[in-house]
Design a binder for this molecule. Structure first.
Ligand code: HEM
Length: 254
């Protein structure tokens, strides 16, 4: 994705009209298939300074697609009066420097850290050993497996990158599923048993945490099925994924 930043300096007395014009122009952005997302922010310490951020699928999609497409005329009609107020208009690309700050707890912290995740996977794989669908799948499981999965989950949920540092990272995890031909029945049982175990061991039961946990388990387990298929291709070197709160951040009670 390419990010376009447009900085405006709007003279006194014109701020409300400017924002209203962009509110109308935004319907064209929302409808454009080249536009990923957009956001207009106003400076709090320098009234009249605005920054518009638009995520485009690519610079070419913006310049060749949007500008020549069906939505541009209506968009430009709204913002044309403010073209002279533009101070900067550039396309940017993301760098590796990005991440969440400390204001929102990670899922790892919310869950209770490494001890809580280790308790979860210990209890889970004890149940797996007794399960009519899963026992056979994990019959040859190494004794360290529960601890390793807890370390994996910890890294995915924003804790220490210990699986990457000490356990072979993403590539190793993928290799442990390769060729196992995990079925949909096995996957579904794996997820439902793990969610039930989350209740048993007392992981936070709030709606936001459980939605994020269930979302990751659905996503990850479906990928495990894909990677375990006999005809699965090479995955290549990738970082361990990170999973966050998604659309429902932790409830602060206000
Ligand atoms: C979100 C979903 C999943 C995650 C995060 C996950 C995580 C992992 C990890 C980290 C390992 C490697 C452990 C190590 O380093 O020793 C592993 C291995 C394994 N996983 Fe999964 N897994 C998932 C889904 C599944 C499912 C759905 C199945 C089957 C129903 C499955 C079956 C296995 C098996 C059989 C192994 C090898 C165990 C051993 O021999 O030690 N996994 N998994």
């Amino acid at each position: 994705m390419i990010i376009e930043y447009i900085r405006y300096r709007i003279p006194d007395g014109g701020h409300a009209d400017f924002e209203a014009a962009y509110q109308r122009a935004a319907t064209s952005l929302a409808a454009s298939e080249e536009c990923h997302d957009y956001e207009l922010a106003r400076a709090v310490d320098e009234p009249g300074s605005y920054i518009l951020r638009i995520g485009w699928t690519s610079a070419e999609a913006h310049l060749q697609g949007f500008r020549r497409g069906p939505w541009f005329a209506a968009f430009f009609a709204e913002i044309r009066p403010y073209v002279e107020d533009i101070e900067e208009m550039r396309h940017y690309e993301r760098t590796e420097v990005a991440g969440p700050g400390g204001a929102v707890p990670t899922l790892y912290e919310w869950a209770g850290g490494s001890a809580a995740l280790a308790k979860l996977t210990e209890a889970f794989y004890a149940k797996v050993a007794e399960d009519d669908v899963l026992a056979e799948v994990f019959a040859g499981m190494s004794p360290e497996h529960p601890a390793h999965v807890a370390i994996w989950l910890g890294e995915v949920f924003g804790g220490p990158a210990a699986y990457t540092a000490h356990h072979g990272g993403h590539e190793h995890m993928i290799s442990r599923h390769a060729g196992r031909a995990i079925t949909e029945t096995q996957r579904r049982r794996w997820v439902s048993l793990l969610l039930a175990t989350a209740d048993d061991v007392g992981l936070p039961a709030d709606a936001e945490f459980r939605a994020a946990l269930a979302g990751y388990l659905e996503w990850g387990s479906r990928l495990a099925v894909v990677f375990s298929a006999p005809d699965a291709g090479e995955v290549g070197d990738q970082p361990v994924p990170r999973w966050g709160w998604g659309s429902a951040p932790p409830w602060s009670g206000s």
